[in-house]
Write a protein that binds this ligand. Structure first.
Ligand SMILES: CC(=O)SCCNC(=O)CCNC(=O)[C@H](O)C(C)(C)COP(=O)(O)OP(=O)(O)OC[C@H]1O[C@@H](n2cnc3c(N)ncnc32)[C@H](O)[C@@H]1OP(=O)(O)O
Ligand SMILES: CC(C)C(=O)C(=O)O
Length: 550
């Protein structure tokens, strides 16, 4: 690890371009430009087929993208045919503009115009590299010669836009901007703007890509503010950013750039794109959403978006991909589960409609996820709160706090022993096996109550395989049965806790009862019972608690 081999390769702007840093939130969504079908596609092991691109295009339209870079038409027949298919078959909605990318090379620009001829609304995006490294190593040209590649390209784009039929607007990128001296990049961009002569009615886009991310995000934001202040015809230019993610801060680059004056963001779903990817459109949009800002993109069906994306790109949505990954709402750990379960309950009963649930930045339901499958998941790190929540949500059992605690440890240890996550049915199975309607070694086979002075019970009890008939009395039914059990089994115990609630709604609803009993040796055992008859459910809980001693 020879760190001396490296030095920062970026060029900060002078002091005085960080007024953006006083802002603490983004007030509105940027103009979104999806580059999934171009930058995303060029980064795939196998680029998408025409049909796959069509399906992805439809998905992007459904999500709400109004500007979609559909490809690099000069790159391949598929790319070219895709653009022609969209145009020739009127597949572009009226409010959607397609965008195509071309290098500043004559034959590539010409081929690009052939591809977009007749487009109802298209952005021609032309670029050339301006960085110090590319000037020296790739092009071996002076700054002015490199600038001439851009201006020659701009002249040709402008000329062809008048020769070809279609409604065209323009975008220029000083590619490898982040490795370019800002003053020089500004000079090139202004030279292009002067040629393209945008107006406020027909603005052009200047895209300042972090082609390779080289600095901390605030350095990039300062660069954007510098351009915001010094670009020619600012009222006729839309500043776009196109952050990559080499340093892992693509989202921060985009967000700070928006504070600094960027109006458009070029991005890809799930941060797909060259190397570590482009900035993730889902994270950016959902970050706005979670602050109460309309993102102007609709991610209400995230599972469908993940499915289409994975199928057509052959990429995988990472489990921790913000807002979209399979595990991003999942809480395995006890204290998180406890807070989430309490937070959810608080929200259910609160008048405050704003989402403030601990640990979960947005309501999973808003993006098509479910609480049951996605939020509280059980393993050996889980706690009583989460385990109780799972039982309550899925099976309606609202366990008393102490019983939940005991069940919590039992469930955790099953998960720990087997070294696996427990599914909801498996948690339920542990609960049933441990507490519910247990009939061994003691089982009540027959019971009749009569009200005399207090309550008398005539009970048949099967205990250790033998049936015992018994008459007992008590101050209530449960007390009478307790006394019968004590006399048949010769044990002594005291009823400590009893509660019940109805389990299902409707006339045939079942009751669930919970009982704990204290034993002379200082121990406590718990049992649960269910039955359509509330008394029987209590007796079942009592018998279960008794049986749990043995
Ligand atoms: C950061 C980005 O994402 S930029 C977009 C990158 N995307 C792609 O490249 C995908 C599509 N590209 C392709 O299919 C091909 O590269 C094509 C069709 C564009 C060009 O193909 P080719 O001409 O066969 O090859 P190649 O890309 O290697 O061309 C290199 C030449 O173009 C020049 N060049 C590269 N970029 C540019 C540019 N923006 N403007 C002008 N010239 C350029 C190089 O200096 C080199 O010149 P040389 O022939 O004098 O050495
Ligand atoms: C062509 C440009 C915008 C690009 O993709 C990049 O610089 O990353």
């Amino acid at each position: 690890m020879n760190y001396q081999k490296y030095a920062p390769g970026y060029y900060p702007v002078p002091q005085g371009y960080s007024s953006w840093a006083t802002k603490d939130h983004i007030e509105k969504a940027p103009q979104w430009c999806s580059v999934d079908l171009r930058d995303g596609n060029q980064a795939l092991v196998v680029p998408m087929s025409l049909d796959e691109k069509l399906e992805f295009f439809k998905l992007l339209v459904k999500i709400g993208f109004k500007q979609i870079e559909v490809g690099f038409p000069a790159a391949s027949d598929t790319e070219y045919e895709f653009v022609r298919t969209l145009i020739d078959n009127n597949m572009i909605p009226d409010d959607v503009t397609i965008q195509v990318l071309t290098q500043c090379r004559d034959h590539i620009i010409r081929k690009t115009f052939e591809a977009i001829e007749g487009a109802p609304s298209a952005v021609v995006h032309f670029y050339n590299s301006t960085s110090v490294a590319q000037r020296q190593q790739v092009f071996r040209k002076s700054p002015e010669e490199i600038c001439k590649i851009a201006t020659d390209g701009a002249e040709l784009v402008k000329k062809l836009s008048q020769e070809f039929d279609g409604n065209f607007r323009f975008e220029y990128s000083p590619e490898s901007f982040t490795g370019t001296e800002p003053e020089y990049a500004l000079h090139v961009c202004n030279a292009v703007i002067d040629i393209m002569e945008p107006t406020p009615e027909r603005p052009m886009i200047i895209n300042l890509p972090s082609t390779v991310q080289m600095s901390m995000p605030h350095v990039y934001a300062n660069q954007i503010e510098f351009f915001h202040n010094h670009l020619h015809k600012r009222d006729s230019v839309c500043i776009s950013v196109h952050p990559h993610n080499d340093r892992g801060t693509g989202v921060a680059d985009a967000e700070l750039a928006m504070l600094a004056g960027a109006q458009q963001v070029e991005c890809c779903l799930f941060g797909n794109g060259e190397r570590t990817g482009n900035v993730d459109s889902i994270t950016l949009a959902m970050n706005l959403y979670s602050h109460g800002v309309d993102p102007k993109l609709n991610f209400s069906n995230m599972p469908e978006i993940c499915e289409v994306y994975e199928r057509v790109t052959r990429m995988r949505v990472h489990e921790r991909s913000p807002y979209a990954g399979a595990l991003v709402f999942a809480a395995f750990s006890g204290s998180h589960q406890d807070a989430i379960a309490k937070g959810m309950d608080w929200h259910k009963h609160s008048d405050d409609s704003r989402w403030t649930c601990p640990y979960i930045p947005v309501d999973p339901v808003d993006i098509g996820r479910t609480y049951d499958a996605d939020v509280i998941r059980i393993n050996s790190q889980s706690g009583k709160g989460g385990i109780g929540f799972v039982l309550a949500q899925n099976y309606g059992f609202d366990l008393p706090a102490k019983m939940r605690e005991e069940l919590g440890y039992t469930v955790k240890s099953v998960s720990d022993r087997n070294h696996k996550e427990l599914s909801t049915p498996e948690v339920y199975e542990v609960f049933c096996n441990t507490y519910l309607n247990k009939q061994d070694p003691l089982h009540i086979t027959e019971i009749h109550f009569t009200r005399v002075d207090g309550l008398a019970a005539n009970v048949d009890i099967e205990y250790n395989g033998k049936i015992h008939g018994c008459n007992s009395v008590g101050n209530g039914r449960l007390d009478a049965v307790t006394n019968a059990i004590k006399s048949v089994t010769g044990t002594d115990f005291a009823l400590d806790y009893y509660s019940e609630h109805s389990l299902d709604s409707g006339s045939t609803s079942r009751a669930a009862s919970y009982i704990s009993i204290n034993w002379p040796d200082g121990t406590t055992t718990w049992g649960a019972g269910t039955d359509t008859d509330i008394i029987q459910s209590g007796i079942n809980a009592l018998v279960s608690a008794f049986n749990n001693k043995f």
